[in-house]
Ligand binder design. Structure first.
Ligand code: COA
Length: 286
């Protein structure tokens, strides 16, 4: 991993090269960096991403994490040679270790990451890369990016926990169609079916991603984390349990938010009349 700017993340070391991290104006740009292999996810990417996410969580200069790919690919998915064939031929304990670490960063770690995450899909996005994409909170794609659940084309089911994520994110007809046919589709179609938030011309992708990251950065980070965590939990809970969890989260934000956001927001709206919550954020410095 290379960290060109930033604080604590620099402690991870610069000897590796499968993942690049650059922190710029509060945005951590995390780039999968094997362009010659279309950023196929090998053990190097797995272990460096675990380390990068750990480091960025502790780095106060990183407020939003953007994951993207070097060159013309976001990621071509799990590396068929280094992740599957080579590892299958090695000791089972190493395989288990790798699969655990991969599930960790692509799924648990990203889903419950304390900072907002955005997938910036700049090009090819296949198979296991869907988990990275769906692990992120939000996603933007280049209109001409190419997506595909290509596993059926080479004789396996979608890698890891991808099928579950796709089932949670897409309507059944779309999920089943792409799982069963492996047909590729473009960024516009990805936006149409809700796999990404927006598809934009490739030339605008980075600026649009930066603008979204800045918007997220303006929000209260303590409340942002609670909102994200609550969302992921209540999706799997009963209505009664959801209400309990949400009331507890609401109390947590009210009483433990270090910047006392709700009091500031209420007073700026009701007393000072300096902003409209429906139209934008309260003044966090106010
Ligand atoms: N695993 C391992 N190697 C991969 C890879 C993957 N998922 N995707 C690409 N590569 C390698 C190729 O083997 C090739 O290596 P080489 O230069 O040593 O021959 C290199 O990356 C470039 O790939 P290439 O196929 O020549 O690039 P392309 O631009 O013509 O096509 C893709 C790009 C993504 C359409 C094509 O590489 C592809 O179909 N990849 C597999 C996608 C997939 O099924 N992923 C699911 C995995 S779970």
């Amino acid at each position: 991993m290379t960290v060109t700017t930033g604080g604590a993340a620099a402690g991870v070391g610069s000897a590796h090269k499968n993942v690049l991290v650059e922190i710029e104006d509060g945005i951590a740009w995390v780039t999968l960096n094997r362009p010659e292999k279309r950023n196929a996810i090998n053990p190097g990417i797995v272990y460096e991403m675990v380390a990068a996410l750990d480091a960025l969580e502790a780095d106060d200069s990183a407020h939003v994490v953007v994951i993207t790919g070097a060159g013309d690919a976001f990621s071509s998915g799990q590396d068929l040679k280094e992740y599957f064939r080579d590892v299958d031929a090695g000791p089972p304990v190493e395989r288990e270790r790798l699969y655990r670490a991969n599930a960790d960063w692509q799924w648990r770690r990203l889903m419950f990451y304390p900072k907002p995450t955005i997938a910036m899909v700049n090009g090819w996005c296949f198979g296991g890369a869907f988990q990275v994409l769906l692990g992120c909170d939000l996603a933007l794609a280049a209109e001409d990016a190419t997506f595909g659940l290509s596993e059926i084309n080479w004789g396996i089911i979608p890698a890891g926990i991808v099928t579950k994520s796709v089932a949670m994110a897409l309507a059944q007809r779309n999920a089943m169609y792409y799982i069963m046919t492996g047909d590729p589709f473009d960024g516009k179609r990805a936006a149409e079916i809700g796999l990404v938030n927006f598809a934009v011309p490739k030339a605008e992708l980075k600026d649009r991603t930066r603008a979204l990251a800045k918007k997220l950065m303006e929000k209260n980070p303590f409340v942002m984390r609670a909102a994200k965590t609550a969302y992921h939990h209540v999706r799997h809970m009963s209505w009664e349990s959801s209400l309990e969890l949400l009331m507890a989260k609401s109390d947590q934000t009210k009483f433990r938010d270090p910047e006392k956001g709700d009091r500031k927001g209420m007073s700026q709206f009701l007393d000072d009349k300096t902003y409209r919550p429906g139209l934008g954020n309260y003044d966090r410095r106010g």
